[in-house]
Write a protein that binds this ligand. Sequence first.
Ligand SMILES: [Zn+2]
Length: 367
Amino acid sequence: MEIRTLPETNIYTYEASGAQNLKDVVIHNISIINNYDHPIELQSVKLESLSGETCVLTKILNSDELNGIAQYLYGAQQQGVINALDFVFRPDLLLGSAKTLSNSSKVEPGQALFLPNNPLLIPANCDKIRIRVNAAHDGHPIESQIMLAVSEYKQKNDYSFPLKGTCYVSSGADFYSEHRWVNLQEFGIDIVRLSGDGGMYSNAGLRVEDYYGYNSEIMASATGVVLKAVDELPDSVDRLPREGESNEEYFGRLLATSSGMLIGDPYRGVGNYVLIKHSGGEFSVYGHLKPGSVCVNEGDQVEQGAVIGHLGHSGNSPFPHLHFHVSNREDFIYARSLPVQFSNISIHARPSLTGYVHTGDLIKVKE
Ligand SMILES: [Zn+2]
């Protein structure tokens, strides 16, 4: 019985509450592979948070829960979703010797069971997570375990905020955000700009030009070399609210088309984008840029704060905004995202000793 995980060997924390000394982590996928030649019956999966040798918190998935998850993932594989969204589920890393997913907690030889989306809130002194899997094999109890290191990522560059003025983080790197549940953009943030009265748009927000942030300058967050500069895609004007449409109808419409947009070409989701390589194996991604607005070329050296393009609404975008994240690989779709702090911001009405931002933060960018 083999256990594999995504991320593979170590997990980076994000600040959950500085005041309460809490951090959060997500194990994006756990794969339990039956490499015996007999079926195994999984009984429990324990996620143990450790400080040194002491286990301080345990989360247990029992066989009923494992059954439910297995059925759901088996259905997803049958419908081709696991392969179509392979950059999310990473079967290339997680299946090992297995070919298919099990549809219950009974895992046949050559099958694996996937457990996606495992969030944990942990005390800041936790430095490891142990995953223990208990099963029965031929009537005998068996156990496998692996240990994942847990640490705060030490960023290699100074990052400044990629927009000026007063900004709102509409989606951060926390459990409220869709970013956090996907390894490749786990620590991504979506940023909109606000007007003086705190609004996001004038009129009814039915046109891209209604949004105060539309066409704002986007700055390189750190010094580096431009690896990609894409700006031929149109703004996704069909992904704005429509006259007379309720919020529910609008978000329902977006949700219904989001996955389809990524299948076959996951890079399309980010729309027009710039990718910059920094020192220390860090790459910053700026997405959803305005068509024709990118003003750097591949190979250009850019300084921190240099204008690289303008805020737009291309790709999988619910409203004009900037998507920003730092990645560990040039191919940022098959990569992991890295948590970074910004050096030049103050966060309105939330005391913070760090430069980590959260969903709902109102940011003042220092000049
Ligand atoms: Zn985003």
